[in-house]
Design a protein around this ligand. Structure first.
Ligand SMILES: [Zn+2]
Length: 392
């Protein structure tokens, strides 16, 4: 079960762990580093919880050199005693870590954030995985979380991210939004160039197409696929987009090695399932494993480097959950650990039967485990559905 530090602080570690273990849950994945957010928390100490993008522990200063993360005031000791409290109940403890989504670091250091095809840095939340300082930071952060003594480091946002403007009255199609989200910072362009891609042509094409829509051209129709993107933006753009996976694969490889060095293991979560189904549990048609390349995630390559994967199965339909898990396993390799992350309530699950059907579908498709997202976001009666889903 995913648990926020604010949940533990609000209700108390002992009470939360007793409740969670009472559901039959065998481990908790606690937010060691989260992103800023403002969330409805139905049974929290505060019913509206403000989260900050900082560390919920004190990062060892000797690990960081350049970018460094400060502890969130009041939460520097959130992991103290947690391992022991879990062990007492035979529960595992995992460190949930948001890597490259961090508005605090991005605002302090805009030069390490993504730069769009027009040369603008408008997404200060998004640190670029190609920037050497960001790569050093990710490795240091992974080590720091592993040193908390966690059974695994669960990596979120360790890849490129989609564009999320808060307002847009321009009807950008999915492909326009995708082109607008591509990073053309010096490091991304250099890496693509080293792989034989004409990065400058790709950038010009993106700026021409997106700029055209801004000037009144009709937006692109249809979902992003390699074929549609080739037809819409040309081969240089597609080659550029595909080159991003080398940036991500090498970074994840370094992070996975650092975590293993520290005696823990990496669980990699790509956000594709959330991009598709987060809002309403009705994911767009392509399976997450097939569309992960869009964020620079090459699951076939990562399957050789990372021991475990979390699939964000944010969907109402049990068959869809099973299809997503199956496609993931075919990509990363049948012998890899694949966990299905389910939302036990709104907007994915409207009944205990639906949750049970999804857990059953995930297991039948080969998932080693199901995880539930997330303790503090879900009302108690919804959490009460979990035992049935675990007693299959
Ligand atoms: Zn970049």
């Amino acid at each position: 079960m995913y648990v926020f530090v604010e949940d533990l602080r609000g209700e108390g570690v002992e009470r939360v762990l007793d409740r969670v273990s009472g559901y039959g849950v065998s481990g908790i994945t606690v937010g060691a580093v989260h992103h800023a957010s403002r969330d409805v928390t139905p049974h929290g100490l505060s019913r509206l919880t403000i989260r900050h993008d900082g560390a919920h522990f004190t990062p060892p200063p000797e690990l960081f050199d350049g970018l460094r993360l400060a502890p969130v005031p009041g939460y520097a000791d959130a992991f103290d005693g947690l391992r022991e409290a879990c062990a007492k109940r035979s529960m595992k403890l995992h460190g949930w870590t948001v890597f490259l989504r961090n508005a605090t670091l991005g605002t302090e250091h805009p030069d390490v954030t993504v730069r769009d095809c027009f040369g603008d840095r408008g997404s200060l939340t998004d640190l670029c995985p190609a920037h050497p300082d960001v790569r050093d930071y990710a490795v240091a952060l992974a080590r720091a979380v592993a040193r908390l003594g966690v059974d695994s480091v669960v990596a979120e946002s360790l890849h490129f991210r989609p564009l999320k403007p808060q307002r847009s009255f321009v009807p950008l199609g999915p492909m326009d939004a995708y082109l607008f989200a591509l990073c053309f910072c010096d490091y991304c362009m250099r890496r693509a160039t080293d792989l034989g891609v004409n990065a400058e042509v790709a950038r010009e094409e993106c700026a021409r197409i997106v700029g055209g829509v801004f000037d009144g051209d009709p937006p692109a129709q249809g979902e992003v696929t390699r074929a549609a993107l080739t037809a819409y933006a040309g081969p240089d753009v597609v080659a550029y987009a595909r080159a991003r996976s080398e940036t991500v694969t090498t970074l994840v490889s370094e992070v996975a090695s650092a975590v293993a060095d520290e005696g823990s293991k990496l669980v990699f979560i790509d956000s594709t399932g959330a991009v598709k189904g987060y809002t309403d549990g009705l994911p767009t048609p392509g399976l997450a494993a097939h569309d992960a390349w869009q964020l620079g995630v090459d699951l076939v390559a990562l399957g050789d480097l990372v021991p475990a994967f979390g699939v964000l199965a944010y969907a109402r339909d049990a068959a869809r959950v099973a299809d997503d898990v199956g496609a993931y396993l075919r990509s990363v390799g049948k012998d890899r650990e694949v966990r299905a992350v389910l939302r036990p309530g709104h907007p994915d699950s409207d009944s205990v039967d639906r949750l049970v059907a999804k857990a059953r579908g995930a297991k039948a498709a080969g998932a080693l485990a199901v995880d539930f997202y997330a303790y503090g976001l879900v009302p108690h009666p919804v959490l009460d559905r979990i035992p049935a889903a675990l007693s299959l």
